[in-house]
Design a protein around this ligand. Structure first.
Ligand code: GLN
Length: 530
């Protein structure tokens, strides 16, 4: 097994996740099986309880793992499906160590960070890597070097660097080269951050320098000298037009050559598939073909909260040769008169209402859905977005003005409700229906047409469902449930509209650059036709 450990310095948000994913993609393009692990040094067990306002999207894996959004990048770049074990947090590590201690596994020893916690980290990394069957495992250590929380993980990395053969482990440090007022690229922050890493006993093999524009040789030489790496191991990572350009930029910068050498891998060039994708993106940009989609959500101030939705729209756009321009609309601002709602939504080729939790912003989303339905604007509702489409239909077509979800209070028409099965999940200590579940599609429905199959598997993250008691009445008025998992309604559509579809699951987690999610593709196609 080859390991590539990625650390970061100077500041957060430098794009370590994209760097790791891009390195992985380069190796995958060369024919290697690649897997990836994200280490998050926070104490939370997983990202499930984290607020998207603070931390961005919670990405959901096939096994129901609720994880950091970087795992979404790995899945998209590597076109793979990971499991919850691929996200290691301080919470998971300490919980395991404490459980072992209580069981007496440590035979009376004093349990310490070194070796017990660091051994737990190394064991987890190695067993996840081995179990994946991959040739190469990327390990991205979240946070920046110097954070208190990262210390046990960096120490585990140091030990791994010692234990693994030199051709089996490469350490990549991602850092920043800012530009000063005179326009000069400054390497000092990089030098300091590498110095800090070296004080911890970690010696980077490759420096990836985030910069506004490609580093000149002189800057690379300076970094190489101060950081004790060869010049060809200093890789510029200039701001890119799109994250999917990054693997090719790294390739041009010689990263793959250096990695091949260091890890004694056999280079076989086959970047062509990825090149084709990037070429298609360039051609789409040049064509000037563009559609404009309104995403009506409540976490819009932090764009990271909807990363997978943005990516999925992009994937669908690439497949259709159209650039998808996304307008993020705060649902709280759609609370005015119908005229104001119309004013805000007029002119979009499609309206998407994403998932969410809690009551804030819900009424604005319902108004957006009403606007889409009445004006026959292509509509895609995801999870809460589908539930709200059912509520809107119940209120405005069936005339049940008080129709609502029991998530938002008691009502005489709880068209969205907790099913008895959900109480079982709650009783078992879980709280949500998570991960992969199957849905059976209705023959001849829009959903069937888009998926081209009668059975699908998609990822879920929700508690509430369409209340089966109301299904007949709703269907009698023209909204049909075209995807079901026994008594759970998975897809709702209105056949009399051009394109109006909502799903209880999250198709955005399975969309890939070269293989867009069917519902997104259909939505974008409908928006192009609009
Ligand atoms: N809050 C809703 C539920 O729990 C929808 C969840 C979501 O959109 N992910 O069912």
């Amino acid at each position: 097994m080859k390991y590539i450990i990625v650390t970061g310095g100077v500041m957060s948000g430098l794009g370590k996740g994209i760097t790791s994913s891009s390195i992985g993609r380069i190796l995958k393009n060369m024919g290697y099986e690649v897997t990836a692990i994200k280490i998050d040094p926070y104490i939370n067990i997983d990202a499930g309880t984290m607020n998207p306002f603070q931390h961005g999207e919670v990405f959901v894996l096939k096994d129901g793992g609720e994880v950091d959004l970087d795992l979404g990048n790995y899945e998209r770049f590597l076109d793979t499906e990971l499991t919850g074990d691929h996200n290691i947090t301080t919470g998971k590590v300490y919980r395991a160590v404490i459980e072992k201690e209580r069981r007496g596994d440590y035979l009376g020893s004093t349990v310490q960070i070194i070796p017990h916690v660091t051994n737990e980290i190394k064991e987890r990394v190695r067993s996840v890597a081995e179990a994946s069957g991959a040739d190469v495992c990327l390990i991205e250590i979240g946070g920046t070097v110097g954070d208190i929380e990262s210390m046990p993980f960096l120490e585990a990395a140091r030990q791994m660097q010692r234990e693994e053969a030199s051709h089996d482990l490469a350490l990549v440090h991602v850092t920043l080269v800012p530009v000063d007022a005179q326009g000069e690229q400054k390497t000092k922050p990089t030098q300091h951050s590498v110095k800090e890493l070296r004080e911890l006993g970690l010696y980077p093999n490759i420096i990836v320098a985030r910069c506004a524009s490609t580093l000149p040789v002189a800057a690379k030489e300076k970094i190489a000298l101060f950081c004790d790496v060869p010049v060809n191991a200093v890789i510029s990572a200039p701001d890119a037009m799109d994250v999917y350009y990054v693997p090719l930029i790294f390739e041009e910068e010689g990263l793959s050559d250096y990695l091949m050498d260091k890890l004694e891998l056999n280079a076989s060039d086959s970047q062509s598939k990825w090149k084709k994708l990037v070429k298609r993106m360039e051609m789409t940009d040049e064509s000037g073909n563009q559609i404009s989609i309104a995403v009506v959500g409540k976490y819009i101030d932090l764009r990271d909260a909807y990363t997978s939705i943005g990516e999925s729209l992009k994937h669908a756009g690439i497949a259709c040769g159209y650039k998808v321009d996304i307008e993020w609309i705060d649902s709280d601002n759609l609370n005015g008169t119908p005229e104001r709602v119309r004013e805000s939504l007029r002119g979009f080729d499609g309206i998407l209402v994403p998932g969410g939790f809690g009551e804030r912003g819900v009424e604005g989303k319902i108004r957006a859905i009403e606007y889409a339905r009445k004006n026959d604007v292509p509509f895609l509702g995801l999870c809460l977005g589908m539930q709200l489409a059912v509520i809107e239909f119940a209120r405005n077509v069936l005339g049940w003005e008080d129709a609502n979800s029991s998530e938002f209070g008691v009502t005489a028409h709880p068209v969205i409700d907790l099913l008895p099965e959900q109480h079982d999940i709650l009783d078992m200590g879980g709280s949500m229906r998570l991960g992969n579940y199957e849905a059976v599609l209705l023959e001849g429905s829009l959903a069937h047409q888009l998926y081209g199959s009668l059975k699908i598997v998609e990822r879920h993250r929700h508690r509430y469902e369409v209340n089966p008691e109301y299904i007949d009445e709703i269907e009698s008025k023209g909204m049909i449930f075209s995807g079901k998992n026994r008594n759970r309604m998975e897809i709702a559509e209105i056949p009399s509209c051009k394109f109006f579809i909502g799903c209880q699951f999250h198709p955005e987690f399975k969309s890939r650059p070269e293989n867009p999610a069917p519902l997104f593709k259909g939505f974008v196609e409908a928006a192009i036709g609009a």
